[in-house]
Design a protein around this ligand. Structure first.
Ligand code: FES
Length: 127
């Protein structure tokens, strides 16, 4: 059902676990299945210098979370904001159609975290 890249991220997720001193932490749930992701970002001068996550979800959600964290580490918040779930799916080499929605949870978490950070800075949230 899953390709090798997806299985590798599922079995050996990158950036998994809690972070001691994050700039922002968010928890989001999938509206489709109720699975959840907790995302920790450490941001310095609008650059994501560290990222970690904990996902309670299916293999596709865990693989997407892992891949997404790899794609935003070292990036500006603007670059991370522009990362879509389909970018993550493409980087994973594809997901089965019924599992595409599982990649949305990571995009939601990243965007929510960035807007928490922006609000904290007294800035307007992005839409
Ligand atoms: Fe819930 Fe995949 S089935 S995230």
């Amino acid at each position: 059902m899953y390709n090798e890249t997806v299985m590798d991220h599922f079995e050996h997720p990158r950036n998994v676990g809690e972070m001691e001193d994050p700039t922002v932490v968010v928890e989001v749930g999938s509206s489709e299945c109720g699975d959840r992701m907790k995302l920790y970002l450490k941001i310095e001068d609008d650059v994501i210098v560290d990222v970690s996550f904990k996902t309670l979800g299916c293999a596709a959600a865990i693989a997407s979370s892992s891949q997404a964290t790899e794609m935003i580490k070292g990036k500006t918040i603007e670059e991370a904001w522009n990362l879509t779930n389909m970018d993550v799916v493409e980087a994973l080499g594809g997901l089965p159609e019924p599992k595409i929605h599982c990649s949305v949870i990571a995009e939601d978490a990243i965007r929510r975290a960035i807007n928490f950070y922006r609000k904290d800075q007294g800035l307007e949230p992005w839409k």
